[in-house]
Design a protein around this ligand. Structure first.
Ligand SMILES: Nc1ncnc2c1ncn2[C@@H]1O[C@H](COP(=O)(O)OP(=O)(O)OP(=O)(O)O)[C@@H](O)[C@H]1O
Ligand SMILES: [Mg+2]
Length: 448
């Protein structure tokens, strides 16, 4: 990477020269500007990595420079009169950090180190993007479909920040891999990543698992136990299946997120923790809230940056890309060179993948074991990409259901099976598309 460039903007020449000396000592090239106008010229000429600017300038406000910058340049504001409000406002507008005058040298060093680290992360993300165009992969994640590219964009944006991320998506869509990718592309990458599956820990243990306990805080607590929050200090905590956490614990979790401190069970003192939280659930959020599985206040706190993973059936050709990837991993591990027959790939492409990538991965493994050298369609279970009406999902009707109700359920289920494709659904149901539209309008009306 070329030497980083810093532009320093201040109307006081003595501030500029002493600041320049300090910043150069940290490995930056510098240029200086006493006014907004000069700063704009310098931005155009040097495309600096960072602009350190005073707030109050002869021809305007340092914040005005945001308009002249593209996403590649970071801004650090220097405020004369420790006006924290303005600084907070600036952070909200996209500034990376702020310093107060007189500039504290250790603080300046840490701000600049952070700038360099962020620059490096952006560079890494840029490399991943290039790789994505060439190979259809983003780090550990395989897939080049537009739906996945949107996910990569979001990951690229949120990873370098400390924002809480909420991952949603059906089972097997890759939420855990995404959480790991976000951690790996964050400033915390060298610190621990701890996953905790809230659904897999018994409800009466989960509190002490998360927050820890003091010795003697309950029968059997024979020594001090540090919880996941303390163990993840400096790093990332992945709260999987967060909707499975008992509601009263969700209140406590909210408090921890808001105060940045945990109190161990049976403990008196709050311990400060610096943890980035990534939460995940495979339930639709509205359902989780309306079924009373997730508190609204916690949802809002977690939803700072939501990322929804698309189901595999909405990823087009990614199915083939993933299948080939999993096959080549197996070939490598087993020292074989098995390939797919065209017919098998066609069947994979047609399948609706209720279990998403996990289902695909398991299926390729089975087919790999069954096949000699070529994986043919006969190595796949018949329901995979077979005729959907023969082996698709089924409806259960209790005797006593009215015909109208049975009609309605069959129509809606069929539509769902074809992912809303009305033409196909009407064809399979043996009704005209017009009838289908009429029915759907009736149902909408009945539901008000
Ligand atoms: N885009 C992808 N590229 C490569 N492998 C993937 C991708 N998405 C998922 N996988 C693999 O598929 C499997 C399931 O992924 P993962 O465990 O992350 O899903 P999940 O969304 O957390 O599912 P659940 O809701 O059931 O916990 C894992 O083995 C993972 O490595
Ligand atoms: Mg998971």
């Amino acid at each position: 990477m070329p030497q980083p460039h810093a532009l320093l903007v201040d109307d006081d020449p003595s501030v500029l020269s002493s600041l320049a000396e300090l910043v150069e000592r940290e490995g930056f090239r510098t240029s200086v500007a006493p006014t907004l106008e000069a700063a704009r010229a310098a931005i155009a000429a040097h495309a600096p990595d960072v602009v350190l600017t005073d707030l109050v300038l002869p021809d305007g406000n340092g914040i005005d420079l945001f308009q002249d910058l593209n996403g590649a340049t970071q801004v650090v504001l220097i405020t004369g009169h420790a006006s924290v409000d303005t600084a907070v406002e600036a952070l909200r507008m996209g500034a990376s950090d702020y310093l107060t005058k007189p500039v504290d040298i250790p603080r300046l060093k840490s701000v600049l180190a952070n700038i360099l680290r962020t620059r490096q992360l952006k560079e890494e993300i840029g490399t991943l993007r290039t790789e994505l165009r060439k190979l259809g992969r983003f780090g550990q994640l395989i897939g080049a479909s537009p739906a996945m590219q949107r996910v990569y964009d979001l990951i690229g944006r949120v990873a370098p920040t400390d924002a809480t991320v909420l991952l949603t998506g059906e089972s097997g869509t890759g939420k855990e891999v995404v959480a790991q990718t976000i951690h790996a592309l964050s400033k915390r990458a060298k610190e621990p990543f701890w996953p905790l599956n809230c659904g897999a820990v018994s409800p009466n243990l989960i509190e002490s698992e998360l927050f820890g306990h003091e010795r003697g805080s309950f029968t059997g607590a024979d020594r001090l136990h540090r919880g996941y929050f303390e163990r993840s200090n400096g790093g990332t905590l992945f709260l999987d299946e967060v909707t499975e956490m008992p509601l009263e614990l969700q209140v406590k979790l909210l408090r921890v997120l808001e105060t940045g401190t945990v109190t161990r069970l049976g403990g008196e003192q709050a311990v400060a923790v610096n943890v980035r939280v990534i939460a995940a659930t495979n339930r639709p959020l509205e359902d989780a809230v309306s079924e009373g599985k997730l508190r609204t206040d916690l949802l809002y706190r977690l939803k700072v940056f939501p990322v929804q993973l698309p189901p595999l059936r909405e990823r087009g050709d990614d199915v083939e890309l993933l299948a080939t990837h999993f096959l080549s991993l197996l070939n490598q591990a087993e020292g074989t060179s098995k390939t797919f027959a065209h017919a098998a790939l066609q069947r994979l492409q047609r399948h609706s993948w209720p279990g998403n990538v996990r289902e695909l991965k398991n299926l390729i493994h089975q087919a790999f074991i069954l096949a000699d050298s070529e994986i043919g369609a006969d190595c796949l279970p018949p329901e995979v990409g077979g005729a959907p009406t023969a082996a698709g999902p089924s409806l259960q009707l209790t005797v006593g259901t009215s015909l109208a109700d049975a009609d309605r359920r069959l129509i809606l289920a069929t539509l769902e099976e074809f992912h809303g494709d009305k033409k196909k659904a009407a064809e399979v149901l043996g009704i005209s598309i017009k009838t289908l539209y009429n029915r759907l309008a009736e149902y909408r009306e009945a539901d008000g």
